[in-house]
Design a protein around this ligand. Structure first.
Ligand code: GLN
Length: 448
């Protein structure tokens, strides 16, 4: 009841939720009460959570913030939702995002703009901007987001909360509406690093319904103690500290966090990720290519919006997709279709895949001499609403620090590390080896 009161009081200004499920939440809460009374609760029992609106929820509208799925009601739950419910969590509702997770600002939603609770004139980041804003404004205690190129970490950083993108394959993607299948990964956003660990404990692990989920054992992340960093070596990539467009206030906050890490006993060394400069170009070929293929299913025939006025099949496809998809999604489909078209595959998708391997190799070389790599999350604190609306390239370039982890498949966490002079939160990113989320939690917990 308290979170619904809070939502009523503030979400008119923030715009984080697309759909609320008061009735379902009250039922789940009553069931949680019964479980707790029977002494059968876990750490998530009765905890109100929000879900980014691209994870399927049985009987509850799932739109991907797109007009093309405006009235789509899934007949099943995504595995992550099944697992949260089994843990006794209460699902409050579905959270706004950039349409199909394409964007870094949550202005590219087909329905509404989400605002940053720290300053309503600023973006909350994206694409999981609804998730980050809802947690920051206490409209739920935690949320799930998805991260294809930074969409958990960057909004977490802009809204002053913690968020982790797990290793590719750590969390099942069954029931996650696909954007770029080789990059997408679900993860939690929370008020604290420990809250993220508790949520990841509930959702991680192999799922026979997702053949890319990995049967690796999952350590109890919530139990990782944060006592001292004596055995830990941290790598600081020289390409990141000298990155173009890095706001000096972000640089200073990250430097301060590195000093704190050092004072806790960690050894800090310089490392090199020489192909960093090519990450944005490689990502913005690979992600739109996969998206153009994944989004081919929205044809007005099987589900979602259809322009019923059309009588000719091809005209119906064209009109349905022109009306149903927003401008950013159409831009990605055009880019991806072009890059995959006959005669261009080797020059674009093939070449980008080779660059992707070089970026992955850079991390492997770096991790031979350190346990984790630290960097900024975003080059600047949250900027003004509307600032990059007419300049997609500027928005793409702001993903420079986050894309590499998705291209390499490694885990990355964003943890608050300071504020700009005008009071906007700044996050620190910590990236680690495949399936070593434990190292990220250990380090990040010390910085809270
Ligand atoms: N901002 C990036 C994009 O627009 C990443 C989005 C994401 O991680 N879903 O593609």
């Amino acid at each position: 009841r308290a979170v619904f009161e809070r939502i009523e009081a503030v979400d008119g200004k923030v715009g984080a939720f697309l759909t609320l499920d008061r009735e379902g939440a009250m039922e789940q809460a009553a069931a949680a009460d019964r479980r707790l009374a029977g002494g059968d609760g876990g750490p998530l029992t009765g905890i109100p959570l929000g879900i980014k609106d691209l994870m399927c929820t049985k009987g509850l509208r799932t739109t991907c913030a797109s007009k093309i799925l405006e009235n789509f009601i899934p007949p099943y739950d995504a595995t992550v939702v099944t697992r949260l419910k089994a843990a006794g969590a209460v699902i409050v509702g579905k959270l706004n995002m950039d349409e199909f997770a394409m964007g870094s600002t949550t202005e590219h939603s087909g329905f509404q703009v989400t605002r940053n609770p720290w300053n309503l004139d600023r973006i909350p980041g994206g694409s999981s901007g609804g998730s980050a804003a809802a947690v920051a404004a206490d409209m739920c205690l935690g949320a799930l987001g998805s991260d294809t190129g930074g969409s958990i970490r960057q909004p977490a950083s802009h809204c002053g909360v913690a968020g982790i993108k797990p290793t590719y394959g750590r969390v099942s993607r069954f029931g996650l509406v696909a954007f770029a299948s080789s990059l997408d990964q679900i993860g939690p956003l929370g008020k604290t690093v420990t809250d993220c660990a508790i949520m990841l404990d509930a959702i991680a692990g192999h799922d026979p319904k997702d053949s890319t989920s990995v049967p690796e054992p999952v350590p109890a992340f919530a139990d990782i103690d944060g006592d001292g960093l004596g055995e830990v070596t941290i790598g600081i990539p020289k390409e990141y500290t000298s990155a173009q467009g890095l706001d000096p206030q972000v640089g200073a906050a990250v430097e301060q966090a590195v000093k704190t890490i050092e004072s806790l006993g960690a050894r800090c060394i310089e490392v090199s990720l020489p192909h960093t400069d090519h990450a944005v170009a490689a990502y913005y070929v690979i992600a739109p290519s996969e998206a153009s293929s994944n989004l081919a299913r929205y044809d007005g025939v099987k589900y979602g919006f259809r322009d019923k006025a059309q009588t000719d099949l091809l005209q119906m496809y064209r009109s349905t997709r022109s009306q149903g998809f927003g401008p950013e999604v159409q831009r990605r489909i055009i880019l991806g279709t072009y890059a995959l078209s006959a005669g261009y595959y080797d020059a674009y998708y093939g070449k980008a895949s080779q660059v992707r391997t070089l970026i992955k190799n850079d991390f492997e070389t770096a991790f031979a001499s350190c346990d984790a790599v630290v960097s900024p999350v975003a080059p600047t604190p949250a900027y003004g609403i509307g600032e990059t609306l007419d300049d997609p390239l500027a928005m793409y370039l702001s993903d420079v620090f986050t894309l590499s982890a998705n291209l390499a498949g490694i885990p990355g966490i964003s943890v608050p590390c300071g504020f700009s002079d005008d009071g906007m939160p700044i996050g620190l990113q910590i990236m680690g080896r495949h399936f070593n989320e434990a190292a990220l939690f250990k380090i990040a917990r010390q910085l809270e």
